[in-house]
Design a protein around this ligand. Structure first.
Ligand SMILES: Cc1ncc(COP(=O)(O)O)c(C=O)c1O
Length: 462
């Protein structure tokens, strides 16, 4: 079924197409691609050459409905004019400014704009260039804080099985995705332990929103505290909704229990909101949507609509103050940062994005317009489609988990991904799970379109 591109989107992308013909050999040798089956890609490359609103354009000129917000990034839709303009103007005015011992006005304004949407006391912002760097930054800030208050022995981090926290050594250490750790296991942080993940098909299968079963899994933290002793633990880090592993929605009450246990043992609670940040659950952050306040919160991706790489780590104001107060006069209090922390282009894009989110009410749209219930219904209507083992949803994110082919686990989801792309929709896959997270500007007809293409792809997959 061909999707009709709305007029305005078609016009803009047609112009771009003439300019952006793919190179003669797009699958040529020089590029080593991230998290990609490179040899398969080279034999069958799929390329995106333009984007507008809800759609990509493939290099062979087809319109692709974006069911993944790129990579959980493009919450306001693609190539939005105010963001494009802000980046262009900033590039012409101040292209780069050194980030150490100097500042530039736009990064301060961007931090203020972010602090306005941040929950509770998370009003201090450290800029990085990615979610992975945000995770490393958060872990270091946790250590710096404990050290500053005379508790430098608190070195243990608690992550969670199936958690994804990017690709730095800290991130893969606290992360719980075996495939990302195996190759590098000799270089992981030494003092890390993991909570069990929260997914259980038998008790939670086809839950709509937060599953009723599983809050007790947070109590596993007590056992880890007994093992390591609270006095040695720096922080607990979790994604409020585990995204990359295939959208695992936290059971009702789970995060509240984790918070209470962290308070009891004086452990910092870090939320990795790289995916859930900026309106995905119908509030600025999952912390607000789910009513649980962390001490540190990591964001990236949609912070500026994915337009220029930037991560923003939010820190409780008193944590930052403790670190500042502990250092000698004139000393650098936190020996950490990046050449491009608060880069002018990324900061300008962040300011423009946050204004756009506010102007269009996008951070609340998912709940306000009942979009989440529509989304839930559309996804769960796929229950009778071939191979479906489970369906999960929260806010404007969802997953359709498939029964794996016993001979070739992962094949079905990969095929579905390819078929969807060929039928005109971008989805994501991990193992045998299809993950969905469209831009927050999606209209109900486009939700139908997306699930229709997905059903078609499932029906064509053996
Ligand atoms: C929860 C979470 N943390 C960290 C990251 C890493 O972000 P980046 O790829 O920008 O380094 C991701 C990326 O998907 C993520 O989902």
């Amino acid at each position: 079924m061909a999707y009709i591109v709305p007029h305005s989107e078609e016009a803009t992308m047609t112009d771009d197409r003439t300019r952006e013909q793919p190179p003669a050999e797009p699958h040529a040798q020089a590029l080593w691609m991230p998290f990609t089956a490179q040899r398969s890609f080279q034999s069958e490359p799929r390329l995106l050459s333009a984007a507008q609103g809800m759609h990509y354009r493939s290099s062979d000129g087809r319109s692709i409905l974006d069911g993944a917000a790129g990579l959980w990034c493009v919450n306001a839709g693609h190539c939005r004019e105010p963001i494009v303009r802000a980046i262009q103007q900033q590039a012409a005015q101040l292209d780069y400014a050194p980030s150490f011992q100097l500042g530039h006005p736009v990064e301060f304004e961007a931090a203020e704009a972010l602090a306005r949407v941040a929950p509770g006391r998370l009003k201090r912002v450290f800029f990085t260039n990615s979610g992975s760097e945000g995770v490393e930054t958060a872990l270091k800030i946790a250590l710096a804080y404990h050290r500053a208050r005379g508790q430098g022995q608190r070195l243990v981090f608690i992550g969670r099985q199936r958690g994804y926290h990017g690709v730095g050594f800290g991130g893969i250490s606290v992360g719980g995705i075996a495939g990302n750790r195996k190759m590098f296991h000799g270089a992981l942080l030494p003092q890390v332990d993991h909570l069990p993940h929260t997914y259980d098909l038998e008790h939670q299968g086809f839950s709509r929103g937060q599953p009723e079963w599983g809050a007790h899994l947070a109590d596993e933290l007590e056992g880890l505290v007994q093992l390591h002793d609270a006095s040695n633990i720096a922080a607990v880090i979790v994604e409020p909704v585990a995204g990359s592993t295939g959208v695992l929605v936290p059971p009702r009450g789970y995060l509240q229990r984790l918070r209470a246990l962290c308070d009891k043992h004086q452990l910092l609670l870090v939320f990795d909101e790289v995916i859930t940040g900026y309106g995905r659950l119908g509030a600025p952050f999952a912390a607000q949507a789910l009513g649980v306040m962390p001490d540190i919160l990591i964001s990236a991706k949609a912070v500026n609509n994915g337009s220029v790489p930037l991560g923003a780590v939010f820190v409780r104001d008193d944590l930052m103050q403790t670190v500042l107060d502990a250092a000698a006069d004139g000393a650098i209090e936190l020996p950490h940062g990046y050449t491009s922390s608060g880069h002018p282009l990324a900061a300008a894009a962040t300011l423009a994005t946050q204004k756009l989110y506010a102007d269009e009410g996008l951070l609340e749209r998912v709940r306000r317009d009942g979009l989440d219930s529509h989304w839930e219904q559309a996804l769960h209507a796929l229950r009778d489609a071939p191979h479906v083992r489970d369906i999960r949803n929260i806010g404007l994110m969802g997953a359709v988990e498939l029964h794996p082919d016993p001979q070739a686990p992962g094949r079905r989801a990969r095929e579905v991904f390819h078929r969807c792309f060929d039928h005109g929709a971008l989805v994501r896959f991990t193992a045998d799970i299809i993950a969905l997270s469209p831009p927050l500007i999606i209209e109900s007809g486009q939700i139908e379109q997306l699930t229709h293409i997905l059903r078609q792809a499932l029906e064509q997959t053996r």
